[in-house]
Write a protein that binds this ligand. Structure first.
Ligand SMILES: Cc1cc2nc3c(=O)[nH]c(=O)nc-3n(C[C@H](O)[C@H](O)[C@H](O)COP(=O)(O)O)c2cc1C
Ligand SMILES: [Mn+2]
Length: 506
């Protein structure tokens, strides 16, 4: 098989681990680890990429389903060149590579631990991430400016943006990083979905209260009828992910944190039509202007909870002034509500440090990738009430928490079997539950009809102490007895594992 023309650099010059300067280098590193599947073509008219994304998760699981790259798609009966790329953060290997764990190896769980420790070492004693400001390079040396379209030459429909779900209002830029600037606040970098509305117009869905929303309101107050912005496809994986997390406040530049995590600055280049600066090694940049006081309807769109959202009668839009890109840009699609769409580790690490201050006996904290709304935590239980105290801190502090399950420190939060076992054997629904009738919640939860408002449930599945109404003495876990009384058992079985199954066709 010949090398596809859009594979830019020969594999040998690519680093074996991150941080990477571009999404493309990161994906090629995944490919070398056997975690990127190339498919020659897919039929978008039958929503094949989305079908594939669902099936990959269903058949292989969230952690083993690979990233996939589709060379061309059939859309509206015509073949268009991609590539279109999905599931770009497959398993914990993806985060280990992206954040630059040295020689990442071992099981998915080992990679999770290694990445967490790698990032925890970067977090300052003050709980803040290191910062390195970006640098600006020459327009002439920026890969994202190899191809430039202006004026009538602009046609967004040329690129492999897709309608992810038949219920969506149309094709979307699902993983665009929106760059905005404000004279006082500086830069903002954030992912907001953008509906493709025509060859030179996109919707821009920054929800009320988001930093982007603030930036637009401030531009309007300054008297600007339209505010320049740029939507970037294929920013490097760390920059993309920081742009999707709430670890920077209003007026804090996401790129400085991205630089800090990368250990070297993000390289920027000036836009074609505005003073905004964008990552030089991105795949594609859409430059334009957002009217500050005019809007249009937008949506519906299949959102991250896995449900179709509501059509919005009024939403921002952007008129496109220029498109610049690499030759054959890689179009990254976030299959929202289907696959994992961003990297979560920095948020997880800083959350852990934050909660460790208020819950000193916190052992581990994990939001399962399978769903939003469930938060698992384990504690080193010492006092009656410890489980409920810990659960209430999380309920109050974590916007994404709705069902909060607290377990003892011997339970591995990544092992669903152990969580179910604790629910079945250690939890007494009364008094081990606390229903919070009304508090703040994440606004997209389809079960909560009033935005920002939700009820919550804390499940204290730690072994209840006598003072909490639990038994005088808890029996030992049988598996622990075999580990303690016969330490060679699991070692022997692991050693013979392949031998047992030799010639077995089950
Ligand atoms: C794939 C993806 C799509 C997203 N789409 C939106 C969106 O359409 N609107 C929105 O307000 N937030 C969206 N988010 C969440 C924001 O990116 C996130 O809240 C981010 O912290 C916002 O940055 P800001 O605080 O600078 O506004 C999305 C996140 C991801 C990962
Ligand atoms: Mn921000």
């Amino acid at each position: 098989m010949s090398t596809p023309e859009h594979v830019a650099a020969p594999a040998a010059v690519l680093p074996l681990t991150g941080p990477f300067d571009s999404m493309r280098d990161f994906l090629l590193a995944l490919e070398r680890r056997g975690r990127l599947l190339r498919v020659a073509s897919m039929d978008q008219d039958l929503f094949e990429p989305t079908g594939f994304a669902y099936r990959a998760i269903e058949q292989l699981g969230y952690h083993a389903a690979p990233a996939f790259l589709v060379e061309r798609i059939r859309r509206g009966g015509e073949w268009i060149d991609g590539p279109l790329v999905g599931n770009v953060f497959p398993g914990w290997l993806a985060e280990a590579l992206a954040y630059g764990v040295p020689s990442p190896s071992g099981s998915d769980r080992a990679l999770y631990n290694a990445t967490r420790e790698h990032l925890a070492r970067k977090l300052g004693a003050d709980g803040r991430w290191p910062k390195i400001p970006p640098v600006v390079i020459d327009q002439a040396s920026a890969p994202v400016r190899e191809v430039i379209h202006r004026g009538d030459d602009i046609d967004l429909t040329r690129y492999a943006f897709i309608q992810t779900n038949p219920g969506d209002a149309g094709a979307y830029i699902t993983a665009g990083t929106v760059f905005m600037e404000d004279p006082e606040l500086g830069r903002n970098v954030a992912t907001y979905r953008c509906q493709v509305k025509g060859p030179r117009r996109i919707g821009l869905n920054c929800e009320v209260g988001q930093h982007g929303w603030n930036f637009i309101q401030r531009a309007k107050k300054r008297g600007l009828a339209a505010m320049p912005a740029a939507v970037v496809i294929g920013a490097d994986p760390i920059t993309f992910s920081i742009g999707t997390s709430k670890i920077t406040g209003l007026g804090e530049d996401e790129l400085e944190v991205s630089g800090g995590l990368r250990g070297r600055p993000v390289e920027l280049v000036r836009c074609e039509t505005s003073d905004i600066h964008v990552p030089a090694h991105a795949e594609l940049v859409i430059e334009g202007e957002i009217p500050t006081d005019q809007g249009e309807e937008e949506g519906p769109y299949g959102e991250v909870y896995g449900y179709m959202g509501l059509k919005k009668p009024w939403n921002f839009y952007m008129d496109i002034k220029a498109i610049t890109h690499r030759p054959r840009p890689w179009i990254i699609n976030a299959f929202a509500g289907v696959t994992k769409v961003t990297m979560s580790m920095p948020q997880a690490v800083s959350n852990f440090v934050q909660y460790k201050r208020t819950i000193p006996n916190l052992v581990d904290l994990y939001r399962p990738v399978e769903t939003i709304g469930v938060v698992l935590l384990s504690i080193d239980k010492r006092m009656p009430g410890d489980g409920m105290v810990a659960g209430q801190h999380i309920a109050a502090g974590d916007l994404f928490s709705k069902t909060i399950i607290v377990v003892d420190k011997d339970i591995d939060l990544h092992d669903k079997n152990q969580i179910f076992h604790a629910l079945g054997t250690r939890w007494q629904p009364s008094p081990g539950s606390l229903l919070i009738p009304q508090t703040r919640g994440f606004p997209l939860d389809p079960s909560a009809p009033t935005r920002w408002v939700t009820s919550k449930m804390i499940i204290d599945a730690t072994r209840q102490l006598p003072a909490e109404g639990g038994p005088e003495k808890w029996p030992q876990v049988s598996r622990v007895i075999i580990q303690e009384k016969s330490p060679g058992t699991f070692e022997l079985v692991d050693r013979r594992w392949n031998e047992y199954f030799q010639g077995w066709e089950g």
